[in-house]
Design a protein around this ligand. Structure first.
Ligand SMILES: NC(=O)c1ccc[n+]([C@@H]2O[C@H](COP(=O)([O-])OP(=O)(O)OC[C@H]3O[C@@H](n4cnc5c(N)ncnc54)[C@H](OP(=O)(O)O)[C@@H]3O)[C@@H](O)[C@H]2O)c1
Length: 290
């Protein structure tokens, strides 16, 4: 390892789509690739599985819900590599449809990992990004703005605010905080939000991606690109193995975005579908989900 060697990191990559993204990056990325996992045992088992396939991934513990874990990882990347070239924000949680936890609790926990702690991770790690770095925020088909369904004034205003080119991170955070507050009393739909914490978390991530790209466009570091992606409906623990796509198919678009060549025109700050098409996040239409 050295400060000149390139490095790629995938959060939550001990299994599922994240694991397959690491596999794809091990095959195609010219540098070191990190499996990260909140659980060291599960992470190291994933590394062993990849080694059996002939790949040489690295491992570091990382729980995005634990700030000290994030800070340790940041220090490690800084001292070993002097920065970061590829970051895939893949780690997320989703409650099952029949989960016993009340919606208020689901909203708090889902937003904590999928939105607030993903944002905190970005804020801590982004200073390490090198010129030409590529960031991929794994969103979902339900992260499309049109998943805010209504045509009433409140829903229209919510969509307008989320898609405004002037939206700031602080304003977005306040909106998501308001969703969580409203969810405690079941009033979130009155604010225009969908009746799904997971969907709201991914709408938040795709809105955040647009703001992050605007900041990168004015960054002194050249050509940093971030996109959000719907990886497809994939056979993983998250979907109780109901998705028709393999994890390798789910890794196609995220890996493509992670390896976008230097100085591309687009996608930048975009919302990308699993077949690599750039989808209009504001106006739709939302492509069919298989
Ligand atoms: N599968 C689909 O059809 C589908 C569709 C659209 C979007 N997505 C998105 O794709 C991404 C991957 O999903 P998946 O289906 O592969 O899910 P998965 O099989 O449940 O894997 C999720 C991964 O995230 C990790 N994780 C959860 N919380 C974490 C935390 N606080 N810190 C670090 N890692 C954490 C999990 O670790 P543990 O093993 O320790 O739990 C696991 O490695 C997610 O962002 C998901 O929302 C999936």
């Amino acid at each position: 390892m050295s400060a000149t060697r390139k490095v790629a990191v995938v959060t939550g990559s001990n299994k599922g789509i994240g694991f397959a993204i690491v596999k794809e990056l091990c095959a195609k990325f010219d540098g070191d690739v990190f499996v990260t996992s909140r659980d060291e045992g599960r992470g190291k088992a994933a590394v062993e599985e990849l080694k059996k396939l002939g790949f040489q991934p690295n491992f570091h513990q990382l729980d995005i819900d634990d700030e000290s874990s994030v800070l340790k990882f940041k220090d490690y990347l800084k001292s070993e590599y002097g920065g970061l070239d590829v970051l895939v924000n893949n780690a997320a949680i989703a409650f099952k449809n029949d989960a016993p936890e009340p919606f208020s609790e689901q909203a708090t926990l889902t937003m904590r990992t999928n939105f607030f702690n993903t944002l905190r991770f970005c804020n801590i790690i982004f200073p390490l990004l090198k010129p030409h770095a590529r960031v991929v925020n794994v969103s979902s088909s339900v992260g499309h703005l049109r998943k805010i369904p209504g045509d009433d004034d409140v829903s229209v205003a919510l969509r307008k605010k989320l898609s405004s080119s002037d939206l700031t991170v602080e304003e977005l955070v306040k909106m998501i905080e308001d969703f969580v507050k409203a969810a405690q009393t079941g009033n979130h739909q009155k604010l225009g939000w969908p009746n799904s914490a997971y969907s709201t978390s991914k709408i938040g991530i795709s809105a955040l991606t647009r703001i992050q790209q605007k900041a990168f466009d004015h960054d002194s570091r050249e050509d940093i690109v971030v996109n959000s992606v719907h990886p497809g409906y994939v056979d993983t623990d998250m979907t109780s193995h109901k998705g028709p796509l393999t994890i390798e198919q789910g890794a196609v678009a995220p890996s493509w975005l992670a390896l976008l060549p230097s100085n591309i025109e687009e996608p930048k700050g975009g919302y990308v579908w699993y077949e690599k098409q750039i989808v209009d996040w504001v106006n739709g239409p939302v492509p069919t989900v298989i």
